[in-house]
Ligand binder design. Structure first.
Ligand SMILES: [Mn+2]
Length: 313
């Protein structure tokens, strides 16, 4: 059942003990909104625990409350009265769903794709779930001490690419401004989020060495062989290094995890690359797609470039 912000606030205030969770593979908004809400409820004298069924990103360790997040074991049970799911539907919370079986579910989420299976769903077009929590906390009053303000600001900042993406509305900036007034230091948040181990920066440099332009500069690619690909902790964001090159219409990352197994990501600025993914048995959207090719790097690269050539026609 869909409910309003005021009704969601009532549900939160009506419980003495709450279990709060968010999606697996958690991001800044998932962690920021859960920690901000938990801190608010604790300040109101409630028992509020955060359980997330996954490893947490290290670059969020600066958030107050991060250390208290529980990664539940399979079979672990909660004694909370209500399960509060943030930033996702019920389908992406891992074992927390089993731990809270039988409990009423309050779902607060800004994704339009929400499956609406929760008992109570507050869903609204907002830049981040953190923006929805900001509104609830503001509605209920009590201000924004650091343990609430810093996580909520982080959720807003990460889901909007630091207020760059099209989901950044005037209301988003107003909420962020209120959090700055409450004392959030934006430079400390961004410095913490952007910090990387030396190995990651060296990995980026090595990956960039493989950059090649094709089709007169309309396609830019990074082609990582097994040695390089398996030495990297992450390749998140690598494709954006080449996507921004002037004149590039399609960016591609080919990453061979084995002699005969390459993962491929493709991003376009408008051309439909989902067709290419489909051809190789993968999937995705018009501007972003992924698939794998069971061939060595040189052959996988040739096949992928050939298929991209069709898209450029
Ligand atoms: Mn979000």
């Amino acid at each position: 059942m869909r409910i309003t912000m005021e009704e969601a606030a009532d549900k939160l205030m009506g419980a003495k003990s709450l279990l709060i969770t968010a999606h697996v593979n958690p991001d800044g908004d998932a962690i920021g909104s859960t920690l901000g809400l938990a801190a608010f409820l604790q300040a109101r004298g409630k028992k509020a625990e955060v359980w997330i069924d996954d490893k947490l990103p290290k670059n969020l360790a600066f958030l107050p409350g991060y250390d208290k997040i529980v990664r539940p074991q399979a079979g672990q049970k909660t004694d909370a009265e209500i399960l509060v799911i943030l930033d996702t539907s019920l389908d992406r919370i891992g074992v927390v769903g089993d731990a809270a079986k039988g409990l009423p579910v309050l779902n607060i989420d800004h994704h339009v794709s929400n499956d609406e299976k929760a008992d109570y769903l507050y869903n609204a077009r907002r830049a981040a779930t953190a923006e929805m929590i900001f509104e609830i906390v503001d509605h209920l009053g009590g201000g924004f001490p650091p343990e609430i303000a810093i996580p909520l600001y982080t959720g807003l900042a990460t889901d909007t690419g630091f207020f760059k993406f099209s989901n950044t509305r005037p209301e988003t900036m107003h909420a962020a401004a209120r959090l700055l007034e409450a004392g959030v230091r934006p430079e400390l948040v961004s410095e913490s989020l952007e910090e990387k181990p030396e190995s990651v920066v060296r990995g980026q440099a090595a990956a960039l060495q493989t950059m090649e332009l094709s089709y007169g500069g309309r396609v830019a690619g990074l082609y990582l062989d097994k040695d390089l690909a398996t030495s990297l902790d992450t390749t998140e964001g690598f494709i954006d290094f080449v996507r921004v090159i002037e004149g590039v219409e399609i960016a591609v990352l080919v990453k061979c995890m084995d002699e005969n197994f390459c993962r491929v990501s493709v991003r376009s600025k408008g051309l439909d690359v989902s067709k290419v993914a489909m051809k190789f048995g993968g999937g995705g959207h018009i501007r972003a797609a992924g698939f794998s090719v069971k061939k060595p790097l040189a052959e996988a690269k040739k096949d992928v470039l050939e298929a991209l050539g069709e898209v450029l026609k």
